[in-house]
Design a protein around this ligand. Sequence first.
Ligand code: SAH
Ligand code: F3S
Length: 478
Amino acid sequence: MASENIIEEKKQGQALITNEVEGNTKKLFIESYGCQMNLNDSEIVASILAKEGFNTTHLLEEADLVLVNTCSIREKAEQTIRKRLQKYNRVKRINPDMKIGVLGCMAERLKTKFLEEEKMVDLVVGPDAYRDLPNLVKEVESGKDAINVILSKEETYGDVTPVRLNSNGVSAFISITRGCDNMCTFCVVPFTRGRERSRDPQSILEEAQDLWEKGYKEITLLGQNVDSYLWYGGGLKKDFKNASEIAKVTATDFSKLLEIVALAVPKMRIRFATSNPQDMSVDVLHSMAKFDNICNYIHLPVQTGSTRMLERMNRQHTREEYIELVDNIKRIIPECAISQDMITGFCGETEEDHQDTLSLMEYVKYDFGFMFAYSERPGTLAAKKFEDDVPLETKKRRLSEIINLQQKLSLYNMERFVGKTVEILIEGDSKKSSEHWMGRNSQNAVAVFPKGVEKIGDLVMVQVEDCTSATLLGKRVA
Ligand code: SAH
Ligand code: F3S
């Protein structure tokens, strides 16, 4: 199949890639909300539909099929998507042949409700049913509604090569696990994305090599909980020489997977997300220390600094065990950046619990953070067992306290780079000026510097002269 990625200049100056296959006549508009896994899933969906005659478009008005990949993690995410569905339906009034579908977590959570009660969509497809899209789309094209929300214990889409959407041509995602078995009490993911399963390492390596050959310079291995990656059977094909030595063993865990990927694409930067503290092994830290091309950055959500709250959240580790892990990270990879996810105002959270969160943040000195007020999700264990009893005002006040502290910690960490020279992978124009490049260092800190003769995808050395809490400012020195 002749396929071409066309780079368009959007008004904002951001390069966007659409997928065009010769001979395809139908137009797919697809957008994603929520996590990086959703983005990657949309790329899998676009790949499956390219074989059914669809090219992607950025113009909603010209689409034959509009798909939205949805997120259920907090109530606000669902509200945003409902507004998008209203917008699509306004366009559909002008173009009645246009079909609308919901994919992903909201499709899984609300199932037939979208078709029966809300009548805003023609198609509902859960995260494990994308292979059925060719049949479902045919049903919809013949004027019927279509739904498939069956979850699978095996589906990994291992053999589907995603088409890269909205990509800068430099960084790409590779999914290595799907689903989650952890059952954190606040979280809807185990219900919407199903049981955890790992993808065949051979297909992961092939995807990484294919990306390298296409000019990509950085990959992020994705999963809800990458550290519990486990593949029985070893057995890589011969073409990954060094890598297959390591994988001769009968089982590949995450630290082995990291090593075989690092060997298979030795010049590629390798990142991964997300690490769950209870599953992160010291072996992974040693693998990171051993390979220069594995970036020094760990996203290590903790949610709260209080052991009492951790237990209520069913997080399977205490504050002390988390601190031990952080100490190990700092000992084994002294340059490593660490980021957090936090939830304020979970059921029963006291002022003392909140203080525990602040003091843990001070201890770890996180480089970045993603912080949220607790949002009760129907069907979760917390919704069934506990009362959502922290007043909204208190949740918000605690949230702003942790956000303020994180800003201080981020600034502290960024200041440590001032005066130093860092290696930056150029990702594109700086948001504020087309005369400056934007890129990241190994620790995932964003750097901005004046353009010279370099191009997107180059690795350059930048001397850091100044910073804000979010950006390093400097000049290229090599
Ligand atoms: N392991 C996953 C977590 C997905 S959810 C991963 O790959 O990142 C991302 C974050 O959303 C969680 O770490 C948590 O901080 C937050 N979150 C999840 N459920 C939430 C809820 N009910 N209310 C508020 N925040 C929530
Ligand atoms: Fe959710 Fe906990 Fe899994 S936050 S995605 S149940 S690790």
